[in-house]
Design a binder for this molecule. Sequence first.
Ligand code: NAD
Length: 264
Amino acid sequence: MLAGQKALVTGANSGIGRAVAINLARAGADVIVNYVAGDDAAKEVVQAIEAEGRKSLAILADVANELQVAEMFKQAVAAFGTLDILVANAGLQRDSGFVDMSLAQWNTVLNVNLTGQFLCIREAVREFLRRPIRQEVSVARGKIICMSSVHEVIPWGGHVNYATSKGGINMMMKSLAQELAPHRIRVNSIGPGAIRTPINTEAWSTPEAYASLMELVPYKRIGEPDDIGHVAVFLASDMADYINGTTIFVDGGMTCYPGFATGG
Ligand code: NAD
């Protein structure tokens, strides 16, 4: 579905980003693996992509650092010629009750989760606009996928910085979709629910935690990183060419307010 396309995935040496990168490669794309720490994990993802017969390169860059992001895109274009797909996935949590939340906790989350996506999307769009539409690989000039969360719509006490960053991604994504559509650039988000990754180990790693988590998931299983990888492939492909400015929730029904299942 993505033969000949060139992708960059941020935060691709762990969890969801890793699965997205490998699934894009399985679908035919060459993939840049961005990471900020963990050389060995990044190397392992590069090797998994190469095992699919695709090209890959790991690039160390902090998505919240303007100069490092610009340098990463320069290196990516030098290696692959151009880019067709950006998955802005890198993200983190710095949890705290609101009154005790430090400015550093607030700023770190907003800088990585929201400003990091802004910086990467801006470089990707500049590259998409630099060259003609690559008709040989896609009818679109370029595709942006923002990794959001169910918390772009579900409020999350104790995590106000994180929920705010994801709410911001929602409006950034929609405004960008509107602005860039005339250039045939599609911008969409994926809103994962509870996915089994290192970001939320305490929510699924004991039977008690898992049972409590399942109260929030009508489909009664945790999501796996590949659940997100599959949707990323679809959204990046021409199968999804008329999808623009939308969040696809991949959450087993978490956004269906399961607390109201029996009448509320
Ligand atoms: P993870 O901790 O396994 O992966 C996060 C990745 O982001 C890591 O590779 C990390 O190194 C990278 N990263 C962090 N700061 C960075 C920076 N400054 N520059 C570059 N990379 C950086 O967690 P995950 O669950 O795979 O999270 C991936 C995305 O999915 C995040 O945006 C997260 O908010 C979102 N998400 C996850 C879940 C879930 O249940 N796991 C649910 C909703 C949304």
